[in-house]
Design a protein around this ligand. Structure first.
Ligand SMILES: Nc1ncnc2c1ncn2[C@@H]1O[C@H](COP(=O)(O)OP(=O)(O)O)[C@@H](O)[C@H]1O
Ligand SMILES: [Mg+2]
Length: 233
């Protein structure tokens, strides 16, 4: 059975569902990308996994647990971590404090050392308030916070947003290494081609639905898909 399994999920806000009929799976230590145009519903799908959409129907099973019955705060202890697309750090806290306040971390000081090894730029800025970091540094901090708890599944919503190509490459390199560290990844990315290249499989969304799913190799060699959703290269 897959680590994460969404079956016929519909989710949204207010009176309407903005995504419907979503079937999606992530296997143990698998990297799965979600691509699609702006407004397609990618963030809504990952918010549905985290229990953050006011409307939700269908089934979301993580590691055998039906998540829709589990309070949001308990999901972290099941091994889920989440980096939202925006406001993913505490602006008034320093880099170090942002790591110190992550809940449910065994060997906290060792994990903080690990994160500073992974993200040397953060080590240099440990006494700086997150609100004073550059966009790139803040994204790295958000990702470091997610990795602190050694999750089984890390859910990342556009971790490369606002990053330079060089910093994007650095963050993607950390994502690529998650399976070695025991974590599967569900990643939403605008830089879809790059994300699919380091993923095992991908889903493409359009207008609130999954319109295509395949192995990364097949998605990348699908001309129509490349033209519509991946941009030309
Ligand atoms: N908090 C919200 N309240 C109401 N509508 C929302 C909210 N967030 C997103 N939407 C709407 O849901 C649709 C999908 O948005 P989103 O999931 O953020 O797309 P994506 O991440 O693919 O760009 C859009 O039409 C958007 O306007
Ligand atoms: Mg989004």
């Amino acid at each position: 059975m897959s680590l994460l399994m969404l079956e016929d999920v519909a989710a949204g806000y207010g009176d309407t569902d903005v995504v419907t009929g979503v079937n999606l799976q992530v296997g143990d230590r698998e990297i799965v990308a979600v691509a699609g145009t702006n407004g397609a519903g990618k963030s809504t799908v990952v918010k549905a996994v985290m229990g953050l959409t006011p409307r939700l129907s269908g089934s979301v099973v993580f590691d055998g647990h039906e998540l829709t019955r589990i309070p949001i705060e308990k999901r972290v202890s099941l091994g889920l971590s989440y980096v939202p697309q925006v406001q993913n750090t505490f602006a008034a806290l320093t880099v170090l404090e942002n790591l110190q306040v992550v809940e449910r971390v065994a060997n906290r000081s060792q994990r903080i050392k690990d994160m500073f090894d992974l993200f040397p730029a953060l080590a240099d800025r440990r006494r700086t308030a997150a609100g004073d970091l550059s966009g790139g540094e803040r994204q790295q901090l958000a990702f470091a916070r997610a990795l602190m708890s050694s999750p089984r599944l890390s859910v990342l919503d556009e971790p490369s947003a606002a990053l330079s190509p060089a910093l994007t490459a650095q963050v993607f390199e950390q994502v690529r290494r998650c399976p070695e560290a025991g974590a599967a990844v569900l990643i939403v990315e605008q830089r879809a081609r790059q994300a699919i290249e380091f993923s095992n499989r991908g889903y493409v969304m359009d207008s609130g639905r999954i319109v295509l799913t395949d192995t990364s190799a097949n998605l990348l060699s699908n001309d129509r898909m490349a033209q519509l959703y991946l941009g030309q290269h």
